[in-house]
Every structure is written in structure tokens, then in C-alpha cells.
Design a protein around this ligand. Structure first.
Ligand SMILES: Cc1ncc(COP(=O)(O)O)c(C=O)c1O
Length: 474
């Protein structure tokens, strides 16, 4: 290495830091999370720009004592917060190699851009979706690409070129998503000029699944008023409860009305691999696009999202813009990834995803998904058996939504609101809350391959103990 003489030695130190961290978080006695003390917090936030550089060895000391010391917690097997998995070991091992190669996967004839095509084919095959697309930073970016492609197609059907003409003077576009649709859908719609007023919130049933009958009525009403319904965004695994919308029935509606069907499977698309949930995914292959985050259930180290489209050219039509300096006469029919989305320079995400999938194999992925789904069922059972807990809906994937039930009903709302941060501060488990049907709810998302049934018991024990403390102090 030209720049750093002792690079090999330093890289070994860095590798040892990674190994030590992964070993430590694997130990059940290590706190899941610990707050950053004020001095280290000030250092993390407030360092002045250095004028002279420092030796790498010194930096690694800082990384060891002040960075590795304060993880988010999602490597731990008792982390149940949001939707954040532990990193796959295969992904961690190859991540520095992607950095060493440092390609831009905008396109071109090199390993990074070519390997991405295999990863996309594998992801599509895993979930039984007939399409291709591109890796993205996450589902938020995948959703922007999907809705842009949907918007472009819908405008073109009306004889209008949205890239040329923009939105002005055209019938307002309308997007449909359920009450449980992820916030990234709203952000994408706002960014694409649909506006909040162009987003319809479709009601859900008791299992938090979109109501297809209500959807059809809303579309007809909007069409009758001269608006331009263009896309339905359904969910295959909502963030609150892991619910899977009735995709087949929704596909009937979108096909009947000529709308684009986008499925947000960012978290839950892989649930199709588990025995009980699988039938609930019928209709997935009829979607025009599917967001699926390998950095969620699959455990590919962040970042790695993915958008698959039944006709990838729909995204290309919405985005392709090849300035002369990027004209690649050697490119094959597929062209460059940069033509399918807004990002030009693109990281080598495919290596982490390829290594993760190669290492687990399809069988290993099925085992991971099935195991976490089974654990969610077990947690639901434990909640159901306890007098002081209430299950809010039976789990279908690996997310369980529930609530603590204090002796006095009036305490339910405030108590469930404060429970997650109070429990997490104790360090033995980590989970997060949400609002469901206008009430406070607790949720646990199980993604770690090493979580045990005893860990789930401990989660409830910790919530119970903390609730007793809070009630006593109230
Ligand atoms: C269901 C669902 N959709 C979309 C997203 C957004 O994905 P990302 O954070 O990768 O952009 C999330 C994130 O948790 C999610 O759970």
C-alpha cells in the first residue's frame, strides 16, 4: 500500500475490533444498549476539523474506545426495536473489500456492476417475483424510484410526457396506501409533486390489512371527480404489525382500473419463505414493483435496499439520461444502473448482498425466516397467556404488537407510551413502541438468528418489572 506503510497491521487491528465487537454482542450478558456518557457524546458530536492529520493507529484507538463502545444495539439477540437486523458475518467480512475496490456501480464492465445483476436475479427468485431492477440505499429510495416510474407510465398513458411537461395543468395524480402504509410512501409522494392532498388513506380491517372494497370505491370516486388515480402502494409486512395486505384482491382492483401496484416488502417480502405466512403473499407476482430491503430480514450490512420491477424499462424510461461523457458504446442491452434511478455514483452494495446470500444459501435464508416467524408466534403465545399483557393482533410475520395492561385502565396510555425508553435504559432488552388504531402500542420485531424463547420471556419480565416501578412512582 503506497500511502500507509503498515497497512496490513492496521487492517488486522481493525478486523480484530470487528471480531471483538461481534463476540461481545453475542454474549447474552452484555447490555443491549448503553447511553453515551456526556464526554464521549461531546467528542462524537463536536470535534474540530483537524488541520494536521494523525496516524491511523491513533484513530483506531479512538474508534475502539469511543465508537465501538456505543453501538445502536441491533447486533444483540435481545434487540427487538424498529426493523434493524444484526449484520450477517459474510457481509461484514467482505465489506472492507468493497471499500478497497471502491468502484462506482453506476454501470460499466467491471465486477461491481456485473455482480449486482446476479444479486437482483437471486432476490427476485427468492421471493418468486418475476422482475429485475436495482439495489438502492433502502426502501425509501426504492419507493421514490417506483412511484416515479408509476407516475411516468400513468402520464404517458394520457399522452403526456411528465419529464418534458412536469405536472402543471394536468389532472391531479392520486396515490392510495393504507393507514398502515410506511411514511416513506408519503415522503416519496411529496417529493414527486403528488402532494399530501393526492394521497388517499385506505382503511384497514381488524388485522391491519388494507380493505380492497374501500380501495375500489375510493378510486371510482376520484375518477368520477376528474382526478387521476395512478398507483396503489400495498404492504407485504407493515412496520407496525407485520401485516400483509390482501395482494391478490388488491391486484384485481389495480388491474381493473389500470393502476400501478407497488408492494412495500421492505421488511416483510421474505416472509413468503415461511410456511404459515406464505399463502398470504398470493398476488405478489402481479405487482408492477416490489421494494425489498436486504438490509432488514436478510441481515446484509446497511445499506442495501432493492427495487424490483416487472418491467425494469419502466424505471429506465422515468430516469435514463445519459450525457455524452457517460455514453458507453460497449454497454449491452441492459445499459447502466444509473439509468434506472436518480443515483449516479453508486456503491458496491452487491458484494455484501452476494456474500450474505451465498453464505446462507436459500435453505439458510428459509431457516432464518421460519425461525424468527416461529419466535414471533411464541412471543404472541406468552403475551396471550399473561393477564397483564394484551395481544393487539396475531402476528403473521416476525413482528408482534401488544400492550401492557395495568390494573387501572386509565394508566394504559401513558404507561405504554413511556415503557420502551424506561425498559431500554435498563439495558437488558431493547424494543420500541408505536400507535395503533389511535392507541399506544408496544412492538417487538424479531430478526436475530440467535434470539431464544428465553429472551422473549425476559422481554416480558423486563416490561413487567419496569411497569411496576413506573406505577409505584406515579
Ligand atoms: C415496511 C417498511 N417500509 C419502508 C421502510 C423504509 O426503509 P428504509 O429505512 O430502508 O428506507 C421501512 C423501514 O423500516 C419499513 O419497515
Amino acid at each position: 500500500m503506497g500511502v500507509v506503510a503498515d497497512f496490513g497491521e492496521l487492517a488486522s487491528i481493525a478486523a480484530k475490533l470487528a471480531v471483538d465487537h461481534l463476540d461481545a454482542v453475542a454474549g447474552p450478558d452484555r447490555p443491549v444498549y448503553r447511553p453515551v456518557p456526556p464526554a464521549d457524546r461531546d467528542w462524537l458530536i463536536g470535534q474540530p476539523l483537524p488541520s494536521a492529520g494523525r496516524p491511523l493507529a491513533e484513530l483506531l484507538d479512538d474508534v475502539a474506545s469511543r465508537v465501538m463502545a456505543y453501538p445502536m444495539g441491533n447486533g444483540h439477540r435481545r434487540f427487538f426495536g424498529w426493523v434493524n437486523s444484526p449484520p450477517s458475518p459474510a457481509g461484514v467480512v467482505v465489506a472492507p473489500l468493497a471499500a478497497a475496490l471502491n468502484p462506482s456501480c453506476a454501470g460499466g464492465e467491471h465486477a461491481g456492476a456485473l455482480l449486482e445483476r446476479t444479486v437482483l436475479r437471486w432476490l427476485a427468485e427468492l421471493v418468486g417475483y418475476p422482475g429485475g431492477g436495482l439495489l438502492t440505499s433502502g426502501a425509501s429510495m426504492a419507493t421514490i424510484v417506483a412511484l416515479a416510474a408509476a407516475r411516468h407510465r400513468s402520464a404517458a398513458e394520457d399522452g403526456w410526457d411528465i419529464r418534458e411537461d412536469g405536472l402543471a395543468g394536468r389532472p391531479p395524480l392520486v396515490l392510495y396506501t393504507s393507514e398502515e402504509g410506511h411514511s416513506c410512501l408519503r415522503k416519496a409522494a411529496e417529493l414527486l409533486g403528488i402532494g399530501h392532498r393526492g394521497i388517499r388513506t385506505v382503511p384497514v380491517d381488524r388485522a391491519y390489512r388494507m380493505d380492497p372494497g374501500a380501495l375500489a370505491e375510493m378510486i371510482q370516486r376520484d375518477q368520477g371527480e376528474g382526478l387521476r388515480p395512478f398507483c396503489v402502494a400495498a404492504a407485504a409486512g407493515t412496520v407496525n404489525t407485520g401485516a400483509v395486505d390482501p395482494l391478490g384482491e388488491i391486484a384485481e382492483v389495480t388491474e381493473a382500473h389500470g393502476l400501478w401496484l407497488h408492494v412495500d416488502g421492505a421488511y416483510g417480502a421474505l416472509g413468503v419463505l415461511a410456511a404459515d405466512p406464505a399463502p398470504g403473499y398470493a398476488g405478489l407476482s402481479r405487482a408492477d414493483s416490489l421494494a425489498l430491503d436486504p438490509h432488514k430480514w436478510l441481515g446484509v450490512p446497511v445499506d442495501c435496499g432493492c427495487l424490483l420491477l416487472r418491467e425494469p424499462d419502466q424505471a429506465r424510461r422515468a430516469f435514463s439520461l445519459v450525457p455524452s461523457y457517460l455514453n458507453d458504446s460497449d454497454a449491452d442491452e441492459f445499459g447502466w444502473f444509473a439509468e434506472y434511478g436518480p443515483e449516479q455514483t453508486r456503491p458496491f452494495r452487491a458484494l455484501r448482498a452476494w456474500a450474505t446470500i451465498s453464505h446462507l444459501g436459500r435453505d439458510g435464508i428459509v431457516r432464518l425466516v421460519q425461525r424468527t416467524v416461529d419466535l414471533a408466534d411464541r412471543l404472541a403465545e406468552l403475551v396471550g397467556e399473561a393477564d397483564d399483557f394484551e395481544l393487539l393482533t396475531p402476528p403473521v410475520t416476525s413482528i408482534v404488537a401488544f400492550r401492557y395492561r395495568p390494573p387501572v385502565a386509565e394508566d394504559t396510555e401513558w404507561l405504554n407510551r413511556v415503557l420502551p425508553s424506561a425498559v431500554n435504559a435498563r439495558g437488558r432488552v431493547f424494543f420500541t413502541g408505536t400507535r395503533l388504531a389511535d392507541t399506544e402500542a408496544l412492538r417487538a420485531c424479531i430478526l436475530h438468528p440467535d434470539t431464544t424463547p428465553e429472551d422473549l420471556e425476559l422481554l416480558l419480565t423486563e416490561i413487567r418489572a419496569t411497569a411496576h416501578h413506573l406505577l409505584a412512582a406515579h
